[in-house]
Design a protein around this ligand. Sequence first.
Ligand SMILES: *Cc1c(COP(=O)(O)O)cnc(C)c1O
Length: 458
Amino acid sequence: MRELSEKQVKVVLPEKDIPRQWYNILADMPTTPKPGLNPITKKPLTPEDLLPIFPMDLILQETSSERWIDIPEEVLDIYRLWRPSPMYRARRLEQALGTPARIYYKYEGVSPAGSHKPNTAIPQAYFNKKAGIKRLATETGAGQWGSALSLACTYFGLECTVYMVKVSYHQKPYRRSMMEVWGAEVIASPSDRTETGRRILEREPDCPGSLGMAISEAVEDAMSRKDTNYSLGSVLNHVLLHQTVIGLEAQKQFELIDDYPDVVVGCCGGGSNFGGLAFPFLADKFAGKKVRTVAVEPTACPTLTKGHFAYDYGDSAKMSPIVQMYTLGHDFVPAGIHAGGLRYHGASPIVSQLVHDGIIEAKAVGQEGVFEAAILFARTEGILPAPESAHAIKGAIDEALEAKEAEEERVILFCLSGHGHFDLSAYDEYLAGNLVDVEYPQEKIDEALKSLPQCDIA
Ligand SMILES: *Cc1c(COP(=O)(O)O)cnc(C)c1O
């Protein structure tokens, strides 16, 4: 062990230190999430319920209670193209804040798709290929998940169809180009390709779409073809499992410099980059170590801080499993805030349970403060962050300023989940003074209660 030398900023691991196993927090949680339910029978899900859309390997990972799950060699071979990802000490940001805190960030923007999402897209494509599947259907909001899965499908020779939320399809044309370069077919959702899409368009021809709707379309597509499965980029247990490579590497990086975080911060949409970074540290916490974890979400989509902890559908057409999670209701249509990846109505059942049990802290922040943090970060550290990731930066800066106030040496680690090179129109809006804070109205949250499914499982 050695300490970070006075000027060093990057902590890099050699390729041989890529984790060989994913960490499964289900093995250690004090209370595990209630079982997912079949959306029609409302009985606990069986593997057979999921087989029409997922390969058996992923279904088994979804409910596994094994603490460690081996990463296949074929997946490691692809991870090696950019992993281990670097961990940085944000010295210039610390200086600008005048804080005694030490701020570290794990940078996932080094992947070819520019975010953490390939960490799960790669194994998902691999396990589907192994099961004999030829084509994957999925949804995407801002386009990060769609591009990650397009990339993964291209590595493994699978076809990929992406239903992209219509408003983003028009706002982010270059994400679409990127997916098409990697060989995917991209369709604006709601579309006339599915029953669900046609029904929505009949009612509302100009519907801007939502993640819930796009999920319904992709699931319907996958259900209707034998050679096609569905793939989800967040929320599910196996997705968060795959993302734990982030936290496992960070733990090794801290060991190298003989330091350890007091607080681990991540932005939370469905919860996958946050869970991926935080879960290995929560394993330490369960073993008695003192470490806080903070999930940061937008006030425009305050799932963890204001949502109902209840059983709800994962999509608007009620085709996906019913799970217990924090939810704003499956009919949620978000305000057009720019952090497209943080606009889902629900959140990971595991993260939700841990928030409910008081193990994870959650907070919501407004987008003005988020972009202010993003600009400060870009002007000190240089990297232009994704607006989603900027929520984590804002969370980390708040911690650092609190530490300054209290004159304490807090060690802060956050996940810089991706770069914002495709989000420049959002930055333009901010710089032009057009971005305002959006609060999701309480009446709407109350109203959502009425649409929650009645499930009498104890
Ligand atoms: C998708 C995305 C998120 C939000 O998804 P999580 O599952 O909550 O991680 C955050 N940051 C970036 C860069 C993303 O692409």
